[in-house]
Design a protein around this ligand. Structure first.
Ligand code: SF4
Length: 494
């Protein structure tokens, strides 16, 4: 079976003007079907999330989000302490704890474990961290056949595709595409009936679970107090992946720690509602170590690989709050930019608003100069975020850094300096607005010749220069000929 290729990250990007659509985003905006799928799915998820919060918590929702943010921030502020506590508690339960400084080391630990125990067949549950490290290709290269068992991930794997949403990885595909992928990769007759497709996947995956000798998972939370690993899933594949094979390895980012079991109650309430509008995910597994001698099933060995891969560096400054993220995907569903371009356009494993702020510090701002601008700064993401990460503030911080490090293109920097000069003088500001208004009205396509100066609005379909990016996707309304302040002055003057 072919495995999913490394995530389609293009080579170094050539910065153009700020706000210019990158090539990936430009391709996505031409794909009308993609936009229809993503728009419909994210809108309905966003609505369902709001309804679930209103119904469950009402006005107390904000207090709960505050509490969750404080729990995560406190853990990050004392991460060394909680890592030590988790390590000691997990070892006392028989779990083997490993540390990986980067993606290569994380993969090497898993591959070495597989080789040392002669493992040939791996079943894997959904994990964004294993996407980040590229674990499946690493296992395949070492001769271990790795099967994704989350239904969405499984479909992407047989289709040679990559996830485009943190929670709903195949949000960009419809059931006809799934039917074609099954027909091509599994040799079954074409069908686009959801129940029939699920039955085909179930038959195929049951066999993989029965034969697997290695199970790999991620982890939603690690409880420092008890040394337990918490997995939240909806399909049951997570439980089969972690309990059928004799060896279970969990790759977990160090930011997934929480102090106590009592804190888990807060996190679970928020995670499920934010991600899928459920009160709880269908399966919440708390894994406390390998099978005890008296237990009839479960893995003989449990390993937890604690992965840094750039996270410690994020702790060092204002980026620390990014590590509060519990990967619920709510900010993606709320974001008007994500809705328009889908996840692949971000060119990174983490897409949407959180991807736009997490990828540049992890992978290099110069490699992703378009991401800090992939936002209108409307603030929908921070309103949706259950741990109150201030994504707009982080975006502005990245834009500032682009200017400071001269990553922002020279043309854009010049325009911003000129604009700052204009803003320092009320006279210059008024003159610039009058000039801008006159130029935009001259470009209007359908402005009536003797239109009322107060009410008339024309539309610009093809703007020039830096505004061309805007009108390539939508028309720009022309301003009224009279500025609001002039209109107000005339109105007030008898
Ligand atoms: S940033 Fe907030 S809303 Fe977005 S995925 Fe992370 S926790 Fe969820």
């Amino acid at each position: 079976m072919p495995h999913a290729p490394a995530h389609p990250v293009p080579g170094p990007l050539t910065p153009t003007l700020p706000y210019d659509l990158g090539p990936r985003a430009a391709a996505a905006t031409r794909d009308v079907r993609l936009q229809q799928f993503v728009n419909a799915a994210t809108l309905s998820k966003d609505r369902a999330r709001r309804a679930a919060f209103d119904a469950s918590f009402g006005v107390r929702a904000d207090d709960l989000r505050d509490l969750a943010a404080r729990i995560k921030q406190h853990t990050l502020d004392h991460l060394d302490h909680y890592l030590e506590r988790f390590d000691a508690a997990a070892r006392a339960r028989g779990t083997v704890v490993h540390y990986a400084a980067d993606a290569a080391e994380a993969n090497r630990i898993v591959v070495d474990l597989a080789r040392a125990r002669g493992c040939r067949r791996c079943v894997k549950s959904k994990s964004m961290l294993t996407e980040e490290t590229g674990l499946v290709p690493a296992l395949e290269a070492a001769g271990v056949r790795a099967v994704e068992t989350d239904l969405g991930e499984f479909i992407l794997q047989i289709d040679g595709d990559a996830p485009s949403h943190i929670v709903t990885p195949m949000i960009h595909k419809d059931r006809a595409a799934v039917g074609r992928a099954f027909q091509r990769a599994l040799g079954v007759p074409y069908t686009d009936e959801p129940a029939a497709l699920a039955a085909i996947a179930r038959r195929h995956l049951r066999d993989a679970f029965r034969r697997a000798d290695l199970g790999v998972s991620g982890g939603n939370f690690l409880i420092a107090e008890t040394g337990e690993l918490v997995l939240c899933t909806n399909e049951g594949n997570g439980r089969l992946s972690t309990s059928c094979p004799p060896i279970h390895v969990a790759l977990v980012g160090i930011e997934k720690l929480i102090p106590r079991r009592a804190d888990l109650a807060v996190m679970l309430k928020l995670l499920a509602r934010s991600a899928t509008a459920q009160p709880l995910t269908c399966y919440t597994s708390i894994i406390g170590g390998p099978r005890a001698p008296s237990e009839p099933d479960g893995p003989r060995e449990v390993h937890v690989v604690l992965v840094d891969n750039g996270r410690v560096a994020l702790l060092a400054d204002e980026t620390r709050e990014l590590l509060r993220c519990i990967r619920c995907g709510a900010c993606l569903n709320a974001c008007p930019v994500y809705r328009k371009i889908g996840g692949h356009a971000y060119g990174s494993v983490y897409s949407g608003p959180i991807g736009a702020v997490l990828t540049p510090p992890l992978k290099g701002l110069a490699n992703y100069p378009d991401l800090p601008h992939a936002s209108s700064l409307c603030g929908a993401c921070v309103e949706a975020c259950p741990v109150k990460i201030d994504i707009p503030r982080q975006l502005i911080r990245l834009r500032t850094e682009m200017v400071r490090r001269r990553i922002a293109p020279a043309g854009g920097r010049f325009l911003m300096r000129a604009w700052a000069w204009v803003l320092r003088s009320p006279r210059r500001y008024r003159a610039a607005l009058a000039l801008q208004r006159a130029l935009l009205r001259a470009l209007a396509d359908d402005l009536p010749p003797h239109a009322s100066p107060y009410a008339s609005r024309g539309w610009i379909a093809h703007a020039l220069g830096p505004l061309a990016g805007w009108t390539s996707q939508r028309d720009l309304p022309t301003p009224t000929p009279l500025a609001f302040r002039d209109w107000w002055r005339r109105r007030e003057t008898p």
